[in-house]
Design a protein around this ligand. Structure first.
Ligand code: SF4
Length: 279
């Protein structure tokens, strides 16, 4: 019988649990319709559950007056928040406090005369939200992109909270050779760093690694990349029906980890399904 081990740190983080709690309480108490601006978190199953409780997803901040608009964990630009207020909506800010810290740190760097570089993924909602708090900043996705940058003498760095640590390390190493002064704020959040460390430790010791979470979730995708570096038998799934019995043939140790948008209940369902297949 294979041993199935869940990583020490895995699944829903503080920011996601806080946002879910806020939205569910609001859905119970609100007089008018409740919307989230984009999916509340990158987890299609959780978003479907919220819809079943009357929380709809909208892509437009200008919701009807009297509605409640929930700003999700990733944060938004000041203009988007203003658009919701202007439309007469009640705004419920579920932005993770760690994301708000990135905004504050980046704004301070800009005020202090640093050229701000945001290390993260272009188009990711958190990165877009951070950029919206700055007059001018540059997004850098990886170390290779540093070579093409025009750099000031003073450069300040903030990081997408869910980025892989090795990507930040690579960018910083390149920048350090090219500027007079480099100020780096490692804003990768503790949950992300903890999940990544626990994932790597576990992946080194197992035959198969299953990573649970939205395929559109940056932090889950990074976990799968980290697991693959240590365990060739790594699979990224959203739901247990994606599991295949052939993955577990001959496996003695099977690891599970999950992204920050994956509730404990989903991890447990996957664990039980693997036990059924690998037993
Ligand atoms: S991963 Fe970190 S920054 Fe993102 S919501 Fe969770 S606690 Fe907040």
């Amino acid at each position: 019988m294979a041993e199935i081990i869940v990583a020490d740190e895995a699944g829903a983080c503080y920011g996601v649990e806080r946002a879910l709690d806020l939205v569910l309480r609001t859905a119970e108490q609100a007089d008018g319709p409740v919307f989230t601006l984009g999916p509340l978190i990158h987890n299609p199953q959780v978003v479907a559950e919220l819809e079943a409780r009357g929380v709809a997803v909208t892509e437009d901040a200008a919701v009807p007056a009297g509605s409640t608009l929930v700003l999700r964990t990733h944060g938004v630009t000041p203009e988007v928040e203003q658009a919701a207020h202007d439309a007469g909506a009640k705004v419920l800010d579920a932005t993770c406090p760690f994301v708000k810290r990135v905004h504050r740190v980046a704004e301070r760097l800009e005020r202090d005369g640093y050229q701000v570089i945001v290390v993260g993924e272009k188009g990711h909602p958190e990165v877009e939200g951070t950029m919206g708090h700055l007059k001018a900043a540059t997004i850098v996705e990886n170390a290779e992109q540093v070579a093409d940058l025009e750099l000031a003498k003073k450069v300040g760095v903030v990081v997408q909270t869910t980025l892989a640590k090795d990507v930040l390390a690579g960018v910083v190493a390149q920048l350090a050779c090219r500027v007079d002064e480099l100020r780096v704020h490692n804003t990768i959040c503790e949950a992300t760093a903890g999940h990544q460390g626990a994932c790597a430790r576990l992946a080194k010791t197992v035959d198969v690694m299953v990573v649970v979470g939205g395929k559109n979730s940056a932090n889950t995708t990074h976990l799968a990349d980290i697991a693959r570096q240590h365990c060739a038998g790594t699979h990224h799934i959203e739901t247990p029906d994606e599991l295949q019995g052939s993955w577990f043939e001959g496996a003695r140790r099977i690891g599970i980890t999950a992204g920050a948008s994956t509730p404990a209940s989903q991890i447990e369902v996957v664990r039980q399904a693997i036990a059924g297949l690998a037993g």
